[in-house]
Design a protein around this ligand. Structure first.
Ligand SMILES: C[S@@+](CC[C@H](N)C(=O)[O-])C[C@H]1O[C@@H](n2cnc3c(N)ncnc32)[C@H](O)[C@@H]1O
Length: 244
């Protein structure tokens, strides 16, 4: 079996069907992913006009990064079984497949301001994390700010995927797999936190976007690390000569 594979430093990115690619992967310590939930999502952002006349006129024309095209795999229920046996697992959308996983920890991403609770669509999204039974919440409102620059119709905030890496206690040397990588957000989070990453995406358009975002994350990351290095206080010599 051959797949297109792109390697960018510590990230291996595959263009193909994850259920085939995963068979050939060595050494995966963790799966952190946002799979297609099986909700037949309508990706046309302009189907809701929000009261704006200009949007009303554009309804049905396929606005937003998905262009109105369905998400591959979103037409059938998600089966977590191929990924549930990995050591550490975080899967978003558990409200759609809760009956197919064991009791676990719930990670709740609160995506709106208090005053807007209950007003329109969901207030939060929920991930299942293997093991434990706690419930942890993180508020991140960044989607409101980046709505116009999003590259994928169901793109997750980078900070939320970084939070998953922290909550799942992924160690520095461990490799994270995202079998439903989309625009590569989990990969960008791994680059930012210095973790190894394997991503798989079936749609060429989103695969290319993921490659670009991960490449860019590496270009900006060293400057961040250098800045941290520069800020570190220099060790003071307290007692004259330093002894070996
Ligand atoms: C919910 S989206 C993930 C979006 C991602 N969290 C992001 O921030 O961009 C799921 C992705 O899985 C991809 N996909 C669906 N079935 C797949 C399969 N069998 N193998 C690999 N990718 C698949 C879809 O094309 C879609 O981009």
């Amino acid at each position: 079996m051959s797949f297109e594979k792109v390697t960018i430093q510590d990230c291996e990115l595959y263009l193909g069907d994850c259920l085939e690619v995963v068979e050939s992967l060595p050494n995966v310590d963790a799966v952190i992913s946002d799979p297609p939930y099986g909700m037949n999502l309508n990706t046309d952002n302009l189907r809701f006009s929000g009261g704006a006349r200009s949007n009303m006129a554009k309804r049905g024309q396929g606005g937003g990064p998905g262009g109105g095209k369905p998400i591959v795999g979103d037409d059938k229920p998600f089966d977590p079984a191929p990924f549930a046996d990995f050591g550490k697992v975080v899967l978003w959308g558990v409200n759609h497949f809760g009956e197919r996983v064991n009791v676990g920890t719930q990670l709740v991403w609160i995506k709106r301001f208090d005053h807007a609770f209950g007003s329109f669509l969901s207030d939060a999204e929920i991930a299942w994390m293997k093991g434990g039974c706690g419930v942890y919440c993180k508020r991140d409102l960044s989607l409101n700010a980046v709505a116009k620059t999003r590259k994928h119709p169901t793109q997750k905030p980078v900070k939320i995927m970084e939070w998953c890496i922290e909550k799942a206690k992924i160690k520095n040397h461990e490799t994270v797999l995202d079998p439903y990588m989309g625009s590569g957000t989990t990969g960008v989070a791994c680059v930012n936190l210095g973790r190894k990453f394997i991503g798989i995406e079936i749609e060429p358009k989103y695969f290319d976007i993921a490659c670009e975002r991960i490449e860019k994350a590496y270009q900006t990351r060293p400057r961040l690390f250098e800045a941290i290095e520069e800020k570190k206080p220099k060790q003071q010599q307290l007692f004259g000569e330093i002894c070996d």
